[in-house]
Design a protein around this ligand. Structure first.
Ligand code: ADP
Ligand code: MG
Length: 138
């Protein structure tokens, strides 16, 4: 079933000029890029995006990092896109990520881990709607 997911090239990867390499991999793996935008999140916008994690010990550090510089947000479309993109990203902790994954290749730490991907259909719908309007996705 064709599905959409939200991907983010996080500030660490944008700062290190890795966006082009990551987008190339996304295209090579057969995703359609349905929408894409560069955005520098405010602290409040990062807190809203990661609201599900607000009780976690890393929440303040994570939202500071995510608002520290520009990021690129994308809507990716493919069969089974949510799982497919998470597989390509690799494990949250780059030390545990498989060879060839985005996080193994590009992450610096469990926090500065280069990319984000939605984890379920409900979160994908929320996260896509956080950044893009319906009219952007026709
Ligand atoms: P994922 O991004 O793989 O879905 P989570 O949803 O669990 O992972 O966490 C969201 C983000 O929070 C991670 O991508 C990472 O940037 C950061 N993070 C997760 N766990 C930790 C941790 N133990 N210490 C610091 N940052 C973390
Ligand atoms: Mg997550």
């Amino acid at each position: 079933m064709t599905e959409r997911t939200l991907a983010i090239i996080k500030p660490d990867a944008v700062e290190r000029h890795l966006a082009g390499k990551i987008i190339q991999r996304i295209e090579d793996e057969g995703f359609q890029i349905r929408a894409m935008r560069r955005i520098h999140l405010s602290a409040a916008q990062a807190e809203g995006f990661y609201a599900v994690h607000r009780a976690r010990p890393f929440f303040t550090s994570l939202t500071q990092f995510m608002s520290s510089g520009p990021a690129i947000v994308l809507v990716l479309e493919a069969a089974d896109a949510i799982k497919k993109w998470r597989t390509l990203m690799g494990a949250t902790d780059p030390a545990k990520a498989d060879a060839g994954t985005m996080r193994k290749e590009f992450a610096q730490s469990i926090e500065r881990n280069a990319t984000h991907g939605s984890d379920a259909p409900e979160t994908a719908a929320y996260e896509i709607g956080y950044f893009f309007a319906g009219i952007d996705l026709i």
